[in-house]
Ligand binder design. Sequence first.
Ligand SMILES: [Zn+2]
Length: 341
Amino acid sequence: MFAFEKLKRLRQRRITTCGSAQLASSRMLNDTLMKRNTTMRVTGMLLLAAVGGLPETRAALNVVATLPDYGALAMEVGGNKLKVTNLAKGTEDPHFVDARPSFIRALNQADLLLEGGAELEIGWLPPLLTSARNPKILTDTGHLPLSRGLTLRDVPTGPIDRSMGDVHPAGNPHYNLDPLNGKLMAAAIAEALSRLDPADQSVFQTNLQRFTTRLDAKLVEWTRVLQPFRGTKVLTYHRSFDYFLERFGFVLVGTIEPRPGLEPSPAHINTLIPKAKEAGVKLVLIEPNRPRRTPTQVAEAIGARLVLLPILVGGADKANDYVALFDYNVARLVEALQPPK
Ligand SMILES: [Zn+2]
């Protein structure tokens, strides 16, 4: 009886309010069906997950890397357990990166920040960290300066005078260009990820082992390929390649910059040219984003080849991961040093 009364009232209401009630009632029906479907789907997914039929749906760790090399290494170790955002592009000068609003958003949501440290990012990162207001990446657990634990070159022993404009006051921060440092960096990242996500520790360790084995094999290959050119004298613009040059037996005779971060002066170039000529410098290595005029003039004056080598992952199209960066640079050097046919 009550049901009949309800139906009657509903019919009456439908007549008085016409279309909108019809619409509302069909929407209600749809909502009910959708809810029922969703409930069934969720129940099904839970059942499947319980028997191991679905991958885990735990949220990926948000990793933000100041430079693409750190992001690339994190991907090697963390793979699909991570969402990696790189701030700087591989084509930028890591000392002077144009901060974009998206950086603050990414840093705000990060679980882990990977940075080079050794004051590499001091010119652009600190104000972004303040704006991001993310306490997670201000603690040791959520913040990994990759220079920690590495042996840096050119660490000043005396007091540092910033008025000199030296952008390497804590030692040379371009350590990413030694593959052995790549191994240490990947291991440090695996450790940091394991602290944040202990359940996936074995995945990170397996990935790290696979990457390390691959990098070891590649290092043997790069060393063999560059063997005939050991002892080659080079100039560079900035001290970007010191670690790379030492690893593969090249000899750095001088830099076009008088000090890291300072523009070359005519007086410095006039001293550098005879020194490079006397040493028999064969190559002038510069990053692709450097102004070419002075390096070209120097290379012409000393009869050397000017070679553009990226210093970061993504600095050239083909240098799209950590191993590919070395593959690319080794190939460019071999090409530049081949005797003319
Ligand atoms: Zn530098």
